[in-house]
Ligand binder design. Structure first.
Ligand SMILES: C[S@@+](CC[C@H](N)C(=O)[O-])C[C@H]1O[C@@H](n2cnc3c(N)ncnc32)[C@H](O)[C@@H]1O
Length: 315
């Protein structure tokens, strides 16, 4: 199957990475290598790109797409949470730019057997980005308590019918284990008033998103690793992050601000005594959003936000 994925905010991201031809760049969410291809095209023979993804299908697609630039590219199957260690294995301690384009690729969504899509009715409830992981969406749906299901559907899916959906899931699994996306979709539909189902988007979209975020620990991984990634940047190095969820965006915005101004001294103190030093500067006070044109040809860009941070070593 062809790896179909239209890269989001491509031009804006490449422009903001300020690519130095001899620099070292890391794409922590390589996917189909749409962004990476544009990075590597701008590198000299001395420049280097390290592409990381946890998904075996993405790795295979990216290898193929970047094959003409193989001498400048290293592709690693890993979680970006392990970026520092993966770079150390390659003898790299500082880089000139990092990109994260979060969430799932269209390829993952469009491959029914991966279980991400709410449009297929006979797919297994999987949703693992890393196929080596043992926990799947089926485990969450069948083993989580009603309270935990409610919490994730409410917080990660922002679904106003979260309580009812969680109740219906727990009720349904009493008679039979829920194993397919189709079964889950029917349960969700039964939890949402018909009038709402007809007016909004797909009734299962939010619950599927919630389970995916929970299963792949998407927010935790982001929250826990931003500081380490900022530390990997060399003087003037840029960190570009594209988010698709309000909670993701809040994590990035808060972390970038904190790294720009980490001082914890009370406001009335005339000078800083906490000793916390700024690591750089937020480049985007407001996030960069997709253009009208991009919104027209790429529906997936609808909720995308790009934020950029620039590292300064001696501020
Ligand atoms: C939106 S796609 C990236 C698309 C890519 N920028 C392009 O233009 O083709 C996100 C990719 O990040 C990967 N991914 C998400 N979270 C990850 C993580 N924590 N570690 C490694 N890869 C991750 C997914 O498997 C997916 O392939």
């Amino acid at each position: 199957m062809e790896f179909n994925h239209k890269s989001v905010l491509l031009h804006e991201t490449i422009e903001n990475l300020n690519i130095k031809p001899d620099g070292i760049y890391v794409d922590g969410t390589l996917g189909g290598a749409g962004h990476s291809l544009e990075i590597v095209k701008r590198l000299s023979d001395k420049g280097r790109l390290i592409g990381i993804d946890q998904d075996a299908d993405a790795i295979a697609a990216a290898k193929e797409r970047l094959s003409n630039y193989a001498s400048k590219v290293t592709i690693v199957r890993s979680n970006y949470a392990a970026m520092k260690d993966e770079l150390l294995k390659l003898g790299i301690t500082k880089v000139d730019g990092i990109l994260l384009d979060l969430g799932v690729s269209s390829f993952q969504l469009d491959t029914p057997e991966r279980g991400f899509t709410y449009r297929e009715t006979d797919a297994p409830l999987d949703m693992r980005m890393d196929q080596r992981q043992t926990l799947t969406a089926k485990d969450i749906v069948n083993d989580y308590s009603e309270q935990d299901l409610y919490r994730i559907i409410r917080d990660f899916g922002e679904d106003r019918f979260a309580k009812n959906i969680a109740k219906h899931i727990v009720e349904a699994r009493k008679t039979k284990e829920i194993t397919t996306t189709g079964e889950l979709i029917e349960i969700i539909k039964a939890s949402i008033p018909m009038k709402v189902q007809k007016s909004g988007g797909h009734p299962a979209k939010r619950t599927f998103q919630a389970i995916r975020i929970e299963l792949n620990k998407e927010l935790e991984v982001l929250q826990d690793n931003l500081d380490t990634m900022i530390d990997l940047l060399d003087e003037g190095g840029r960190f570009c992050i594209i988010t698709f969820h309000s909670l993701e965006d809040r994590i990035v915005k808060t972390s970038f601000r904190k790294n720009e101004n980490p001082c914890t001294c009370p406001k009335e103190f005339p000078v800083c005594v906490c000793g916390k030093v700024s690591k750089g500067q937020v480049v985007t006070r407001k996030p960069i959003l997709p253009s009208e044109e991009e919104l027209c040809y790429n529906k997936r860009s609808k909720s995308a936000k790009l934020r950029v941070f620039e590292r300064h070593l001696n501020k």
